[in-house]
Design a protein around this ligand. Structure first.
Ligand code: ATP
Ligand code: F6P
Ligand code: MG
Length: 560
């Protein structure tokens, strides 16, 4: 789904010879400006008895706050975009055997532990001569862990809008930590990020969370705004928390990235793991976000109702508004699944109302030929048209643009056009199931997916990885650096096959000038070629810099 066209690559830095952390089997050396610490740590003594502000290094310890992407080049254009690890800034941390090796459920699995070198390819359609390309570290349990079970004090927080499956992720984090790693101390942070410093916490046990996956919403509550980094990290430190599980969308992952930076700056032995959540499916790199399938399924009920209403009357028009602020995935998949939809409008594909090739013309054609029409519109579609007629510039507490009701606006315009100007008798029913599709519990497949996400996050944190988001890349779960999931939004690419399938199934106009389409295709191809060239440059660059004078940074900047 994600197009490589809009990927902006991380900037590559010189190999820093002062960077020194032990090359372990699980953690090979990498090229980046990693930190060098002057003192060894006693942080491994962090245990259940650790007192506030003792769960790691002292605040005052001089630690670089530099967290450039960790890029490991390999043969044939192979690049690993690795995630941070606690030993990057706390060397000499002791390791422990993974307790899973004695777990009767798991010990029967041949090769249960993930090979230290396993990585997941971002691009799996390749040509004979194409470079091997970007890879991410494969997720899963490691032979050695960096936390003892009774040392772990985990917390879970949910932020942003609701999404089916949130409670399942919470449940599986709690049960996974407890059943796989015997972790007993898990705190639920109430009410999103601000809950760290302004709300109570809830002790979470497998018993407390046993049934929650059957409910929509999040038992922890959620919020927008209120991200005060230093207060949040103070709270983490004061409570002696050493594993932070953050469930949320792009904004939340950005927030988690800053929390991780601050934790790293303070030198704390605290792993930060993100579990991506958004029904809009707008998080890049991962195959799809949890809750998306459930939301698409629930949207079918609204579309079905619109269809029944529309085909039961003469000149019936059903309009359904679905979520999708910047990305139209829900509208696109709900349309493709339903087959009752005649027109799908999404933010990525601008449309117009009047004149040849416009929406009104198409509606009239459908009404004449079929007697009815069903239109699905994503909430962010037609934003430009709408703001021209109703200018309004408001934001929510997180800084997201507050949208006006495009479904209502469109319905009103259609009514005005056909009744007043075309003098046609139409019956229009507007259905807005917006919050109904996200307030439900996860469906069966989302529940399984949520389990895998939670387990991946737990294995990663226990293995000492931090500053990462979990998610499947081409079907294999991986650890992805925060910067890769926050650098852009995943959007429907209207020059891709999926959108073409939709156009062919609805028969709607593309609303695009053929010349514009050709231009877009050319742009996409150019960006793809540039991205690949940059990868090859990066590999050559890292090799060159490793053997050159590290102070000579003229080669650092890919633009030089
Ligand atoms: N750049 C940022 N830095 C720090 N915190 C952020 C940043 N962007 C967002 N946040 C915080 O993340 C939380 C959630 O953000 P937001 O409301 O945008 O939802 P989201 O995680 O993107 O989920 P969704 O959009 O799917 O509902 C909020 O508490 C917000 O303050
Ligand atoms: O009304 P709220 O809670 O801000 O949520 C609305 C937003 O949430 C989202 O579903 C993202 O979670 C957007 O599609 C939508 O604009
Ligand atoms: Mg968001």
């Amino acid at each position: 789904m994600a197009s490589s066209a809009s990927i902006s690559r991380p900037r590559f830095r010189c190999f820093d010879p002062t960077s020194s952390y032990p090359a372990t089997a699980d953690h090979p050396r990498y090229f980046s400006s990693a930190v060098s610490l002057s003192s060894s740590s006693s942080s491994s003594s962090s245990s259940s008895s650790s007192s506030p502000r003792e769960n790691g290094f002292r605040d005052t310890m001089a630690i670089s706050n530099n967290s450039e992407p960790k890029i490991v080049p390999g043969e044939g254009g192979y690049v690993l975009e690795d995630v941070p690890h606690l030993v990057d800034y706390i060397p000499d941390l002791p390791t422990y055997p993974n307790p899973l090796q004695d777990n009767p459920s798991y010990s029967v699995v041949k090769q249960y532990f993930v090979n230290a070198d396993d990585t997941v390819a971002q691009k799996i359609v390749v040509h004979k001569d194409s470079p091997r390309g970007t890879h991410f570290r494969r997720s899963g349990p490691r032979q050695k862990v960096y936390f003892e079970s009774d040392e772990v004090h985990a917390c879970i927080v949910t932020c942003g809008g609701l999404c089916p499956g949130l409670n399942t992720v919470i449940r599986e984090l709690v049960c996974g930590l407890n059943h796989m790693y015997h972790v007993k101390r898990i705190l639920g942070i109430e009410g999103g990020y601000r809950g760290f410093y302004a709300r109570n916490t809830i002790p979470l046990t497998p018993k407390v969370v046993n049934d929650i996956h059957k409910r929509g919403g999040t038992i922890l509550g959620t919020s927008r705004g209120g991200h005060d980094t230093s207060k949040i990290v103070d709270s983490i430190q004061d409570r002696g928390i050493n594993q932070v599980y953050v469930i949320g969308g792009d904004g939340t992952q950005r927030g988690a990235a800053v929390i991780f930076e601050e934790i790293r700056r303070r030198g704390l032995k605290v792993a930060v793991a993100g579990i991506p959540k958004t029904i809009d499916n707008d998080i890049p790199v991962i195959d799809k976000s949890f809750g998306f399938d459930s939301a698409v399924e629930e949207a079918q009920r609204a579309i079905n109702a619109a269809h029944v209403e529309a085909e039961s009357v003469e000149n019936g028009i059903g309009v359904v508004k679905l979520m999708g602020r910047y990305s139209g995935f829900i509208a696109m998949y709900a349309t493709l699944a339903s087959r009752d939809v005649d027109c799908c409008l999404i933010p990525e594909s601008p449309f117009y109302l009047e004149g040849p090739g416009g929406l009104y013309e198409y509606i009239e054609k459908r009404l004449k030929e079929d007697g009815h029409i069903v239109i699905v519109i994503a909430e962010g579609a037609g934003d430009v048209l709408l703001s021209e007629s109703l200018p309004k510039d408001e934001q929510d507490a997180s800084g997201n643009k507050l949208l006006q009701d495009v479904g209502l606006w469109l319905s009103q315009n259609i009514k005005d056009h056909f009744s007043k100007r075309r003098k046609m008798n139409i019956t229009l029913k507007y259905i807005d199931p917006t919050y109904m599709i996200r307030a439900i519990p996860g469906n069966a497949s989302d529940n399984v997916y949520c389990t895998l996400l939670a387990h991946s996050a737990i294995h990663g944190a226990m293995a000492g990885y931090t500053g990462f988001t979990v998610g499947p890349v081409n079907g294999r779960h991986a650890y992805i650096p925060f910067c890769r999931v926050t650098e852009r939004q995943n959007k429907v690419v209207i020059t891709d096959r999926m959108w073409a399938r939709l156009l062919s199934s609805t028969n709607q106009p593309s609303f695009l000038d053929p010349k514009e389409v050709a231009k877009k295709v050319a742009e996409t191809k150019k960006e793809d070629t540039e991205a690949e060239a940059q990868l090859i440059d990066a590999e050559n660059h890292v090799e060159a810099t490793a053997s050159s004078d590290p102070k000579d940074c003229s080669v650092c900047d890919p633009n030089v």
